[in-house]
Design a protein around this ligand. Structure first.
Ligand code: GTP
Ligand code: MG
Length: 363
């Protein structure tokens, strides 16, 4: 009996011990929860917006080829010191090569030889001389330019019609796109006539520009002639009291008599609607054309009576200096200058800016 009780007690003790072990094992503390990550505000990655280039920067960049190609070499001649006969010949060749026009270069060299004996033969003096000479020849003609071409606030109540002409591929349509955008941004009501009826692609190209500019485009109806589209465009412009009516024309060689006659007809038909239209006939010249630009301008001027010039693609040419010779010979002002394909790459031609950036001359 005693043994039984002892056994029972022993078994109970064993059970209690076992229970304790199991409790110990199962009642393990739960592992601590990982710390809750602190919520950080979502920050958008920085977007890199390239700084917007000013017009002066664009113009400077656009004239870089001309500045380095011609004027940089001229600087080198002066950098060598004494202006020997040899150096003078080199200078002469460079100036003729810059397509400033033979007459102008001839006159300048003659004056320069006289100046050299009076003024000190330094690069600064040379640049000052060129700057003053070129400016004095361009400024009187440039001063005649009509302000209404640049600023809607400077025009009267009448619709201003601008006809844009030139040989193939010089940048007429692109320039019109930029111009329409510029004027629309000023709040002007602009109508553009797609008078290049020869190529469907030309109309599509213009339409894209007009949509971006918020300008109304008038296109050819089936079988319409270029002069017919010009007429319709002006009619629309007059009916909605548009500020500007800009007419894009097909490129043509100045030597093709029949195409030049057609352009003349396009001009004349506008007067049936408005006797003073077109108030402006602007010839687009590609800077790379050099001296041939003068021949083009002479022919277009003879046929149409141009009122001004637009100088494009100065960024792709080392002959942007030819503008000086053309203005001087034709006595026609440059209205706008184009230095690239971007909508911002067109602005008013300002003699001071143009010459100081071309010659790298600070006055
Ligand atoms: N680099 C540069 N390219 C230009 C400039 N202006 C126009 N272009 C380019 O020159 C090419 C011809 O331009 P368009 O505007 O179609 O010339 P267009 O005179 O209307 O041509 P057509 O209607 O065929 O006679 C296009 O590729 C333009 O992007 C400029 O100032 N600089
Ligand atoms: Mg075109």
């Amino acid at each position: 009996m005693d043994i039984n009780i002892g056994l029972i007690l022993l078994a109970m003790l064993a059970l209690i011990g076992l229970g304790l072990i199991i409790w110990k094992l199962t009642s393990k503390k739960a592992p601590p929860l990982p710390p809750v990550a602190e919520e950080k505000p979502v920050v958008a990655p920085p977007t890199v917006v390239p700084p917007k280039k000013s017009w002066r920067e664009r113009l400077s960049q656009g004239l870089a080829l001309s500045r380095q190609g011609v004027w940089g070499k001229i600087e080198n001649i002066f950098g060598r010191g004494e202006m020997t006969d040899e150096a003078m010949e080199e200078l002469e060749a460079l100036l003729y090569g810059a397509d400033l026009g033979t007459q102008l270069v001839g006159e300048m060299l003659k004056e320069l030889r006289q100046q050299m004996s009076v003024r000190k033969n330094t690069l600064d003096n040379f640049k000052a001389y060129f700057y003053e000479t070129l400016k004095s020849r361009m400024a009187p003609i440039q001063n005649q330019v009509s302000e209404e071409l640049f600023d809607v606030g400077k025009k009267g109540p009448q619709t201003v019609t601008i006809m844009v002409v030139g040989v193939n591929g010089v940048g007429k349509t692109t320039t019109i796109g930029k111009l329409a955008t510029r004027l629309s941004r000023q709040g002007a009501k602009v109508v553009v006539g797609a008078c290049d009826t020869f190529r469907a692609a030309a109309v599509d190209q213009l339409e894209i520009w007009c949509q971006r500019a918020g300008a109304q485009m008038v296109r050819a109806k089936e079988g319409a002639s270029p002069s017919g589209v010009g007429y319709e465009a002006l009619k629309t412009a007059l009916s909605i009291k548009a500020d500007y009516c800009i007419l894009d024309t097909a490129g043509r060689l100045h030597t093709k008599g029949n195409l030049m006659d057609e352009l003349k007809k396009s001009k004349e038909v506008l007067a049936k609607l408005e006797p003073t239209a077109p108030q402006h006939i602007l010839l687009v010249l590609d800077a790379i054309t050099g001296q041939n630009a003068l021949k083009q301008a002479q022919e277009f001027h003879k046929t149409l009576g141009l009122t001004g010039l637009i100088f494009t693609k100065c960024d792709g040419s080392s002959k942007a200096g030819s503008a000086v010779g053309i203005v001087q010979e034709l006595k026609l002002p440059i209205t706008y200058i184009g230095v690239g394909e971007d909508v911002e790459d067109l602005d008013r031609f300002v003699v001071d800016d143009y010459l100081s950036l071309l010659l790298n001359y600070v006055h």
